[in-house]
Ligand binder design. Structure first.
Ligand SMILES: Cc1ncc(COP(=O)(O)O)c(C=O)c1O
Length: 356
């Protein structure tokens, strides 16, 4: 019988709600619920047959993005979503049994891609209130540590990490690649992009799936020291980024008003939702992203399934006790969520047990 590698057989499938058509308010993937820039849509509608007939060329897009980030094109690789950036890093640096340090809870795909390389995933728990455990991460570094992942702000907590902590980790692990995942950068505004090329082991991943509203386009990037990036480039398919993404990149970057409006809307909706959830007795953590981590407590499973029956999908975070992650949508979407939640709670016999 045909057998796949053991590390693949041992993996669980990544479950997404996208295929469930009964969910009419999907708040589980941190997507931009307002869509994308109309300028991107206009560009898409005007694409010609020839652009689609030929293989896509990343070069011009890389120059554009590199300029916008203040780095050189040889320090940048456009990727098929930030997911591919993470995958490439794992494939380039991890031998079987090598160690990758992640701080949990965090984004699931780091573990998936590391496991595919048969690497050992070293999980360091966050500190009080999901703070970044700088010293514990440093203490966990061994000669086999090849990658350390720092997700800033972290998913699913939304909590940012101090620049000085990140720099301490980078300095403590000169022989490891530091993957700084800035998928939610625009909601936070602080970055280490200015250190790309200066710190040879620093890599920064970003995505167009969040503020730009282009999750379906699959576009991300990895920035890093040019010598290391040339190794990553060998690994990447020359056509990893599709023609739609490359064609639309310039419009997405240029429409700063779209991005700024979306960020402002998220911040306002997030503040309102946070207040509403706390009034209902649910603890939330202060987020600098387009999602909120919220503790539903012992009734979580019942609340989630009742919301689902009403067409509302939230992300169950089994790795944070009693918690769910809620993507921030428009004011109207958040109002609907709160209205449905109130009805669900009213029907729960054990509503009083909900943890604060
Ligand atoms: C922290 C983090 N990194 C990376 C990604 C992957 O982004 P992409 O859609 O560009 O693959 C996500 C997506 O949710 C994320 O939350």
């Amino acid at each position: 019988m045909l057998k796949a590698r053991k590390c693949i057989c041992d993996m669980a499938e990544y479950a997404v709600m996208t295929s469930d058509s009964s969910i009419t308010l999907r708040l589980d993937m941190n997507e931009n619920t307002t869509g994308c820039s109309p300028r991107v849509l206009a560009k898409l509608k005007n694409m010609d047959a020839r652009t689609l007939a030929i293989y896509p060329n990343r070069d011009e897009g890389e120059k554009l993005v590199a300029d916008s980030l203040g780095i050189s094109p040889d320090e940048l690789l456009l990727t098929n979503g930030a997911d591919e950036a993470i995958d490439l890093l794992c494939r380039v640096y991890l031998e079987p049994e090598d160690e990758i340090i992640i701080v949990v809870p965090t984004f699931t795909m780091y573990t998936v891609f590391a496991q595919i390389q048969d690497a050992k995933v070293v999980r360091i728990p966050t500190g009080p209130d999901f703070s970044f455990p700088t010293q514990s991460v440093i203490d966990a570094i061994t000669p086999r540590t090849r990658i350390i992942v720092i997700c800033n702000p972290n998913n699913p907590t939304g909590i940012p990490i101090e620049r000085s902590s990140i720099l301490q980790v980078i300095e403590a692990a000169p022989d490891a690649a530091i993957l700084l995942d800035e998928a939610y950068f625009h909601f936070y505004g602080q970055t280490l992009m200015d250190q790309v090329g200066k710190l040879p082991n620093l890599f920064i991943a970003r995505t167009f799936s969040k503020v730009y509203g282009l999750a379906g386009m699959r576009l991300g990037l990895l920035a890093g020291d040019h010598e290391q990036m040339s190794l990553l480039r060998r690994m990447a398919s020359p056509f990893n980024v599709n023609a739609f993404a490359i064609e639309c990149l310039a419009e997405a970057l240029a429409d700063t008003q779209f991005v700024n409006n979306y960020v402002a809307q998220v911040c306002a909706s997030r503040k309102w939702l946070h207040g509403q959830l706390e009034q209902l007795g649910f603890k939330c953590w202060p987020s600098q992203t387009n999602f909120l981590l919220c503790r539903f407590g012992p009734e979580k499973a019942n609340i989630l399934s009742a919301l689902r029956e009403r067409g509302v999908g939230l992300r169950d975070r089994g790795d944070c006790e009693g918690c769910v992650r809620i993507s921030i949508g428009t004011e109207q979407e958040m109002e609907r969520l709160v209205a449905e939640l109130k009805q669900v709670i009213a029907q729960l016999p054990a509503a009083k047990q909900v943890a604060r």
